[in-house]
Design a protein around this ligand. Structure first.
Ligand code: HEM
Length: 402
């Protein structure tokens, strides 16, 4: 919905290769321009300042999810698209499984999994071969979320492919109303239907077997799950799969790139492993896997001196807020030694990422293992190619040598 009158405006093609290759100059410019900026190229408002974005994400009654966007992806109303109180009721089915303390119980299993993946990487690197991290080590999250869901090993690849294709739906928002955008969306929706159908079979199996020892089993036997339609139950499994695969896959790729480009900081972490944690947080702040979150103004929203009219679509930009100079000194510098401060890479408020503790654990284990096995790795290409979707941003391939 185009705004009436004079408002801060920046028309930028979000799918252009300039923005995709390096979105930060554009995101910084949006943040500097005004508290809220209208982008006619995608007919959406953009909010990128730290305080404004947090206030917006906290207010899930006036600043609501774009429910239609998610309903379309998953074919049903899921907690990611809902407001409280329903949102919390549904989210709570799995909230305990993702709490910090519980996630730590996966540590041994995850370390074994990562060792299994890095073993062949060590061997190949020792032979002087190049290894693509995205095709090897960065598959850890896909394998692990599949385990948490209780999937058979040979179903993991199918799930990973569906999740990857489904990400095209978010990418189609970036593309705008183009032929390519329409195709990405259609392919994503097809993958979603396939994933939901498969999830339905898995739910039936858990019900028949009376199993509650995995995430699908918890949903199959939850009283709240009983209140959902079958489409909602299937959609929720797709949601976890989608959240669990691509995001962390890309984060791990970003981690290898950033520490590849900053060998001094990498050496410091290798020498003092208490730096692993702050390094992961700085990677999340600086790299910005989730470029934008989508919201709708349920009523007129006052963001600073700008009014976003009711009914408008809004893109919250965590990647811009994470580089707000009002919060961080020299924010465009990657610095694992900076004073620890919360970032907004996992969102904020009721919809903040349910998987954040798992992500942190996965990234810490992988980073420790890289520093044990091949601490002096080199990036083969100085320029890394990023996909055409900075909503979920990460490298396409990261080739390294030892
Ligand atoms: C690097 C990895 C990840 C990043 C950067 C990330 C980031 C985010 C962000 C920014 C949001 C908020 C979206 C919004 O406000 O609209 C979110 C929500 C969510 N994430 Fe993640 N995520 C990651 C990994 C995961 C994992 C591993 C899972 C599941 C296993 C997951 C599941 C979810 C779910 C289900 C939501 C919706 C929560 C709600 O609406 O209450 N994410 N994530």
């Amino acid at each position: 919905m185009s705004p009436a009158g004079s408002v801060p405006t920046m028309s930028v093609d979000l799918a252009s290769s300039e923005v995709n290759n390096d979105p930060f100059p554009y995101l910084n410019a949006v943040r500097e321009e005004a508290p809220a900026v209208y982008n006619p190229a995608v007919d959406r408002w953009m909010v990128g300042r730290w305080d404004d974005l947090r206030a917006m994400l906290k207010d899930d009654q006036r600043c609501i999810q774009d429910a239609e966007f998610f309903d379309d992806i998953f074919g049903a109303r899921l907690f990611i698209a809902d407001q409280n109180p329903t949102h919390k009721e549904y989210r709570d089915i799995w909230a305990d499984s993702f709490r910090h303390g519980f996630v730590q119980t996966y540590r041994d299993e995850l370390e074994t999994l990562v060792d299994g993946i890095t073993g062949p990487v060590d061997v190949a690197l020792a032979k002087g071969e190049e290894v693509d991290i995205m095709a090897t080590l960065a598959s850890t999250p896909a394998l692990f979320i599949s385990r948490m869901l209780g999937l058979e090993e040979n179903d993991t690849d199918r799930f990973a492919t569906w999740a990857q294709t489904m990400n095209g739906i978010a990418g189609s928002v970036v593309e705008g109303p183009t032929e390519r955008g329409a195709r990405m969306r259609e392919e994503g929706l097809e993958a979603s239907r396939a994933m939901c159908a498969f999830a339905g079979e898995q739910l039936d199996q858990r019900r028949e077997a009376g199993r509650t020892d995995d995430l699908i089993g918890l949903l199959a036997h939850s009283p709240i799950g009983d209140e959902m339609t079958q489409a909602q139950r299937e959609g929720h499994i797709s949601l976890l799969t989608l959240g669990g695969h691509e995001t962390t896959h890309k984060l791990l790729g970003q981690m290898i790139v950033l520490l590849g480009r900053n060998p001094d900081q990498r050496a410091a972490i290798a020498a003092d492993r208490s730096l692993v944690r702050p390094a992961v947080e700085e990677i999340l702040r600086f790299a910005g896997v989730i470029g934008a979150v989508v919201r709708e103004a349920a009523e007129d929203l006052e963001i600073g001196e700008v009014t976003i009219p009711a009914g408008s679509q809004v893109l919250g930009l965590p990647t811009a807020a994470n580089r707000d100079p009002g919060r961080w000194e020299d924010p465009d510098r990657f610095d694992i030694f900076r004073e620890p401060k919360a970032h907004i890479g996992f969102g904020f408020g009721p919809h903040a990422c349910i998987g954040m503790n798992l992500v942190r654990l996965e990234a810490e284990i992988v980073l420790n293992r890289v520093l044990d096995g091949f601490p002096d790795y080199q990036l083969v290409e100085p320029q890394i190619e990023y996909g055409r979707n900075w909503f979920v941003r990460g490298p396409v391939a990261v080739n390294i040598t030892a």
